[in-house]
Design a protein around this ligand. Structure first.
Ligand code: NAP
Length: 502
């Protein structure tokens, strides 16, 4: 972090939020959205939200109890039948209005996100646009829910196939993309005709509450989207899952929590979509355009300060080019401006909280203890906020913890390889399978390696794969189901077949 940036962060700590920042925080409803009304949590309980750049409290929001959660689910259940009867066009128009409102409020929503989560303002603005795009995408998908009519193979009977909303859904989202992970679930749920109870992460409730206001202003009927913020996620959500009154759980978060929730869902056989953790390999062959590969690595590693399930977690570079690649990547990383995400020119904000930074520090110490060398960065700065500098490590051995665990921070570990078979085996040596990246100028090799990699998505010569129109999701312990694309809405639809005697 530059001295200037550190000084700015300190000024913010002493002086609190600027006038505009305070205004943006003040205009957010901080209560629960239940049945179309903003209500206090039972007993008026609240919990605090911090600015990770300063460690300072910026707001208090309602802390729901299990009874509040139950009321939210009751509202979703009560609204389900009427909402399922709305026409596809009505639901599509609703989503388009929500898209427009998100874009109209993009600047305020981006600032709000930066304040509670830390990412630089430009990235937050990008996320609002990305999040809004899920609504526009699914407004189209609402109109394309299809069916079929078919003659039975032996003749006589006919098969009529139609699709219906799954029913009330529970949607649980993480803090790293507080808006987009919400719209990626709420968009298809609305398009399909499902009501929902949404529970955002405790670090970032403000963005979801602001989204609730957008949905209300867009005209979403009462009870169709309910929002429950709380500190005791398990205590509030488990009874709702086990009740069986919701018919689906869509979860984005860690594999550890995802496994717990899958067990809870088994009881009443809920439909599940699970977007879980990753351990993405990023492979650079010696025939790649090295500058393009470095640019791709910067995107795959540094988007969201490395706090992304899609973040390049293991960077494998061919022996012939690893030194050159390491020099170029280190130079690019060292140039990044670290600081409070609201400040001009800042490209890397703080990590989300102390635990997140502690994990990065521990993983780094483990890797260097096993022989890895720091090419740039590596030292957490003093002072307020959970900052960590962009860091490049080389010679990271396969047994290092960071080769097996999500780093979730701005640390790029380089490991050399010498053959295609060797690197494919190393890349697949993980229980995760979300995304992988391959850089090569040999198209045949690119496709061959893409097919051999065990992951739900592959970036071939590109460092970002997320796109609302593409099917996002993982295999192995990275999850179940897909979000976005033309298949995203299917996660919220049941197929019904009617056999017709003729
Ligand atoms: P997390 O700890 O699993 O939390 C995710 C969400 O689950 C939060 O809303 C959390 O609430 C809630 N939660 C935690 N324990 C729960 C329980 N027992 N019952 C019900 N809900 C519970 O993950 P995170 O640290 O927020 O997010 C980072 C993880 O998300 C990473 O592993 C990342 O890879 C993954 N992720 C995956 C994708 C994807 O599409 N595959 C996208 C983004 C992130 P509290 O905040 O209140 O604890």
């Amino acid at each position: 972090m530059s001295t200037d940036t550190q000084a700015t962060a300190q000024t913010q700590t002493e002086g609190g939020l600027s006038g505009r920042e305070q205004q943006v925080v003040d205009q957010v409803e901080k209560r629960l959205l239940v049945g179309g009304r903003w209500v206090d949590a039972e007993g008026g309980a609240t919990f605090e939200v911090d600015d990770p750049a300063t460690g300072q409290v910026i707001a208090s929001v309602a802390d729901a109890t299990p009874a509040d959660g139950r009321r939210a689910l009751d509202a979703a259940v009560a609204a389900q039948a009427d909402f399922a009867r709305t026409t596809p066009r009505e639901r599509a128009d609703l989503l388009l209005r929500a898209h427009e409102l998100l874009m109209e409020r993009q600047d305020d929503l981006a600032l709000l996100m930066t304040l509670e989560m830390g990412k630089p303002l430009a990235e937050a603005k990008g996320e609002i646009a990305y999040a809004a795009e899920f609504f526009r995408h699914f407004s189209g998908e609402a109109l394309r829910i299809d069916g079929g009519y078919q003659t039975a193979p032996a003749g006589g009977a006919r098969f009529l196939v139609t699709k219906q909303p799954v029913g009330p859904c529970l949607l649980i989202t993480p803090w790293n993309f507080p808006m987009a992970m919400g719209t990626r679930k709420i968009g298809p749920a609305l398009a399909a005709g499902c009501t929902s109870v949404v529970k955002p992460a405790h670090q970032t409730p403000l963005s979801m509450l602001a989204l609730g206001q957008v949905l209300q202003d867009a005209g979403v009927p009462d009870g169709v989207v309910n929002i429950v913020t709380c500190r005791d996620a398990g205590g509030v959500m488990e009874p709702l899952i086990r009740s069986g009154d919701a018919r689906k759980l869509s979860f984005t978060g860690s594999t550890k929590v995802g496994k717990v929730l899958l067990e809870q869902c088994a009881d009443k056989v809920l439909r599940t979509s699970m977007e879980l953790g990753g351990n993405a390999p990023f492979i650079v062959f010696d025939d790649a355009d090295l500058d393009e590969a470095v640019a791709g690595a910067m995107q795959a590693k540094m988007r969201n300060m490395g706090e992304a399930c899609t973040a390049a977690n293991r960077i494998y570079v061919h022996d012939n080019v690893i030194q050159q690649f390491g020099e170029k990547l280190s130079a690019a990383m060292a140039q990044l401006e670290v600081g409070r995400g609201t400040d001009d020119g800042v490209q890397v904000g703080p990590l989300v909280d102390e635990a997140g930074r502690r994990k990065v520090i521990d993983l780094l110490a483990d890797a260097t203890g096993r022989g890895a060398t720091v090419l740039t960065g590596g030292e957490a700065p003093d002072g307020p906020g959970w900052f960590f500098p962009p860091t490049v490590l080389t010679g990271v051995p396969g047994e290092a913890r960071m080769a097996h665990e999500e780093i979730f921070g701005p640390v790029a570990p380089l490991t050399p390889f010498s053959s295609e078979d060797e690197v494919i085996a190393a890349a697949n040596d993980t229980p995760y399978g979300l995304v992988a990246y391959v850089f090569t100028n040999d198209l045949r090799r690119g496709l061959r390696v893409a097919e051999a990699l065990e992951s739900g998505m592959v970036g071939l010569n590109q460092g970002v794969v997320s796109n609302p129109a593409a099917p996002f999701g993982g295999i192995k312990e990275s999850g179940l189901g897909r979000e976005g694309g033309s298949v995203g809405i299917e996660e919220f639809l049941e197929i019904k077949y009617v056999g017709i005697a003729m």
